[in-house]
Design a protein around this ligand. Structure first.
Ligand code: NCW
Length: 450
C-alpha cells in the first residue's frame, strides 16, 4: 500500500454490526440483452435510438456479467466484501412484464444467489433499477396506474423464487432520478417529457413502492425490507430570500417528494406547489396505502447542489449552478466532490421520526482511470471514499442513525446516458476484452475490510 493511500480510518470504529457492501444494477452490468428468452426493456430500446447515449454506446454486452458472474463473485470475495447488492432485470424473468415467467431468467438469478451464498456473501436484491419491460411501456409504463398491479405481479414472482434464500430486499432504486430523467426531461429511458407524465409516474412509482414492500412482508416473514432514495445536499447560492426559497423547492423535489408519503407525511405540496397537481391522480385511500414501515431506508448521496432563483425554469423556479460554473473540483459526471454533503444528508434524514435504520446503499465517484503496468492508480476515488467514510463516522459518533455503507460500484459499467466513459468501479473493466483489473481503491477497500 502506498502511504498516501492509507488513512487513519479503521473498520472497527464503525462497530461490529455496520454493514459493508458493494452495489450494482442489472442493466449496467449484465449485457446478454436478448439471451435465453429475455424480453426488451425500455433501456434496450432507448440505447438503440440514435443520439440518446454519449458516443452511441449501448449495453448489449456491458460487463458481460451474465456470463462472467462467477469470476466477478470471486472478485467480491477476494476483496473481502461481505454484502453484494444487485438488481433483477424484470424483462429477463417476465419478458412481457407479466405472466408467463421465463424459467431461464429465474435459473440465472438462482445461480447468482447460490454462488454468493456458497462464497459467504450476503445477497441484497433491488427489485427495480430502471429497466422496465418495453411491453409495459407500450401500455404507458409508469404513467399508467396499472403499473402498480404489473409491479405487484412481478414482485410476487421474485419473492416466490428467491425469498427462501434472499432476506435483504430493496423495492425501487432512486425514484426521483428515473422519473425526473425518464418521464419529465426525457434524457433517460423511456424518453418521455412533460409535467403530466412526470406527476403520474411519481404517484404510481410511490404506490408501487409500498405495494411491493407489502408483498415481501407478507410472503417472506423474516425479510429485511428497504427502498433506496437519491439524496443531494442543497444550498442556496446566496442568503437572499429568493435563493433560499428556490433552494427549498429543489430540496423538496429531490429529497422529500418520494420519502414523505411513505412515512405517512403525504406529498410535500406546501413547499412545492406544483405537487398539488398530483391530486388529479390520487384516489381515495391512496395516501393511506402509500405508507409502509420499512426496516431500513437506503440513502445514496454523491454530491451537493447550489441553487439560485430563476424565472426561466417552469414549476420549480430554480437553477442548479453547475460545478463547472462554480469552478469547483468535480467528477466525470460533473458532480462536485463535496464529502460533507454526506454528513448533512445524514443529519437531515435523521430528523424524520419514522426511519428505523439508514444504510448508505450507494456512494462512489467516476474518474477517468487507465491501466498502467497492470495497475490503476485511482487515488482520487480512494480519497473520495475515505472522505465520505469520515463524514459517516462523524455522524455515527454524534449518535446519528447510519448502519451500513455500500460502494457504487463493483466494476466500471454502463453509466446510462453517459455510456462507458464514467467509470465508477473498484475494479477496472476493459470493455474490448472484458479483462478486470482491481484498482488501487479496490485494494484499499480490501485492506480496510480485512
Ligand atoms: S445517475 C445516478 N446514479 C449513478 C448510476 O450509475 C446508478 O445506477 C444510480 O443508482 C450512480 O448512482 C446512481 N444518480 C443520480 C444522482 C444525482 C445526483 C445529483 C442530482 C442533481 C440534480
Amino acid at each position: 500500500m502506498n502511504k498516501i493511500e492509507s488513512s487513519f480510518l479503521n473498520k472497527n470504529q464503525f462497530g461490529n454490526d455496520f454493514l459493508w457492501g458493494v452495489s450494482t444494477a442489472a442493466f449496467q452490468i449484465e449485457g446478454a440483452h436478448d439471451a435465453d428468452g429475455k424480453g426488451s426493456s425500455i433501456w434496450d430500446v432507448f440505447t438503440s435510438q440514435k443520439g440518446k447515449i454519449k458516443n452511441g454506446h449501448h449495453a448489449i454486452t456491458a460487463c458481460d456479467f451474465y456470463n462472467c458472474y462467477q469470476d466477478d463473485i470471486n472478485l467480491i470475495k477476494e476483496l473481502n466484501i461481505p454484502n453484494f447488492r444487485f438488481s433483477i432485470s424484470w424483462p429477463r424473468i417476465m419478458p412481457t412484464g407479466v405472466h408467463p415467467i421465463n424459467q431461464a431468467g429465474i435459473d440465472y438469478y438462482n445461480k447468482i444467489i447460490d454462488s454468493l451464498l456458497a462464497s459467504g456473501i450476503e445477497p441484497w436484491i433491488t427489485l427495480y433499477h430502471w429497466d422496465l419491460p418495453h411491453e409495459l411501456e407500450i401500455k404507458g409504463g409508469w404513467t399508467n396506474r396499472e403499473s402498480v398491479s404489473w409491479f405487484k405481479e412481478y414482485v410476487e414472482v421474485c419473492v416466490q423464487f428467491f425469498g427462501d434464500r434472499v432476506k435483504n430486499w430493496m423495492v425501487i432504486n432512486e425514484p426521483s432520478v428515473f422519473t425526473g430523467a425518464g418521464y419529465f426531461l426525457g434524457i433517460h429511458a423511456p424518453g418521455k417529457k412533460g409535467i403530466t407524465n412526470y406527476l403520474k409516474a411519481i404517484h404510481h412509482v410511490t404506490l408501487a413502492t409500498s405495494t411491493g414492500a407489502k408483498i415481501i412482508r407478507e410472503r417472506v416473514p423474516d425479510a429485511h425490507i428497504g427502498t433506496t432514495f437519491s439524496c443531494t445536499h442543497i444550498e442556496p447560492a446566496t442568503e437572499s430570500v429568493k435563493d433560499v426559497e428556490a433552494s427549498k423547492r429543489v430540496d423538496t423535489l429531490l429529497n422529500r417528494t418520494f420519502i414523505e408519503p411513505i412515512l405517512g407525511l403525504g406529498y410535500p405540496q406546501k413547499d412545492l406547489p406544483v405537487l398539488k397537481k398530483l391530486n388529479n391522480y390520487i384516489l381515495e385511500d391512496d395516501l393511506n396505502n402509500l405508507v409502509f414501515d420499512f426496516d431500513f431506508i437506503g440513502l445514496q448521496c454523491y454530491t451537493r447542489e447550489v441553487v439560485k432563483h430563476s424565472i426561466l425554469t417552469p414549476y420549480i423556479g430554480a437553477e442548479l449552478i453547475s460545478a463547472e460554473k462554480r469552478n469547483v473540483i468535480s467528477t466525470e459526471m460533473g458532480w462536485e466532490v463535496y464529502p460533507p454533503a454526506m454528513y448533512h444528508i445524514l443529519k437531515k434524514f435523521n430528523e424524520y421520526d419514522g426511519i428505523k435504520k439508514i444504510i448508505i446503499t450507494e456512494n462512489g465517484a467516476a474518474f477517468p482511470d487507465t491501466v498502467q503496468n497492470g495497475k490503476v492508480h485511482d487515488i482520487k476515488r480512494t480519497h473520495f471514499i475515505q472522505d465520505n467514510l469520515e463524514q459517516i463516522l462523524k455522524a455515527k459518533q454524534e449518535g446519528l442513525n447510519v448502519e451500513g455503507y455500500f460502494v457504487w460500484s463493483l466494476t466500471d459499467n454502463f453509466e446510462w446516458a453517459e455510456g462507458y466513459n464514467a467509470r465508477f468501479g473498484l475494479i477496472h473493466v476493459d470493455f474490448e476484452t472484458q479483462k478486470r483489473t482491481i484498482k488501487n481503491s479496490g485494494l484499499w477497500f480490501k485492506d480496510f475490510l480485512s
